[in-house]
Design a protein around this ligand. Structure first.
Ligand code: SF4
Length: 255
């Protein structure tokens, strides 16, 4: 479990970064920072603004859980409000709650989680000015390693409990298999069916950043846009669902 100063205020660097990005209206006022420009300070939130749909009450199963980096949730009186944290209803530069060290994964099946720092429900696909990268993504060391021939389409069933292999036949029925790929060779990876919960698939490097923009939109029904074509390289470390980064994650290795 991590030790850290829970009373520490958000860093000015992060909040200035947020203001410069123009991600929310009115943030500069609540933080006593000058607006980045007049237009940003008065921008209306987009039509799909999510904040009205996020409850202030967090279920006990999430209130009492550790974050995906093993951090305890702060007591209610010490949590930062979404407004103060600069919470926005979208990812910023590939950073999102799902890959933030403070995110508490969904525990009650509503596809919405919580945060150790910010009050109320939190969506894995959103972002705030307190974002900090999770240190590492834990893959299942017992997962089976399977060498995949170049040119293969790697197909999964997206289950919240894990990626279940469909094809090729060598991964059929395996959960989160470690994929052993050939350096510089072409592959396709994606999911063709799921459990109705929101998922996406992305390929991460060892700093938990998306590699080469390989990241699909988050959807409940995979349709036909959940496929990534890529050439394997040594920067690729995991394939992952950014909504369920604790359970739907497998390793990528090179042969
Ligand atoms: S980005 Fe902000 S709201 Fe989301 S998990 Fe991190 S600290 Fe919490």
């Amino acid at each position: 479990m991590e030790n850290r100063d829970e009373s520490a205020p958000p860093s000015r660097r992060r909040l200035l970064y947020l203001a410069a990005g123009g991600s929310i209206a009115g943030l500069s006022g609540c933080l006593n920072l000058p607006p980045a420009d007049g237009e940003l300070a008065h921008r209306e939130p987009p039509a799909d603004y999510c904040l009205d749909d996020l409850e202030e009450d967090v279920p006990e199963s999430e209130r009492t859980s550790l974050s995906i980096s093993g951090i305890d949730r702060k007591p209610p009186g010490e949590l930062t409000s979404k407004q103060e944290a600069g919470y926005v209803c979208h990812a910023v530069d590939g950073n999102l709650c799902g890959n933030c060290r403070f995110y508490i994964d969904d525990k009650n099946g509503d596809a919405i989680g919580a945060c150790t720092e910010v009050a109320g429900q939190v969506r894995s696909v959103d972002w705030c000015g307190l974002w900090a990268p999770r240190e590492e993504i834990a893959t299942d060391e017992a997962a089976e390693s399977v060498e995949i021939e170049p040119g293969t389409r790697i197909e999964f069933d997206g289950q919240t409990s894990g990626w279940v292999g469909i094809a090729p036949s060598s991964i059929e029925g395996l959960t989160n298999p470690s994929l052993v790929l050939h350096d510089g060779e072409s592959y396709e990876i994606g999911w063709s069916q799921g459990d109705g919960a929101p998922h996406n698939i992305a390929i991460y490097g060892d700093s938990n950043e998306v590699i080469d923009g390989l990241q699909t939109p988050i959807v409940e029904d995979p349709g036909d846009d959940q496929w990534l074509e890529f050439e394997a390289n040594s920067e690729m470390v995991t394939y992952i669902c950014e909504v369920h980064p604790n359970t739907m994650v497998g390793e990528i290795d090179l042969a």
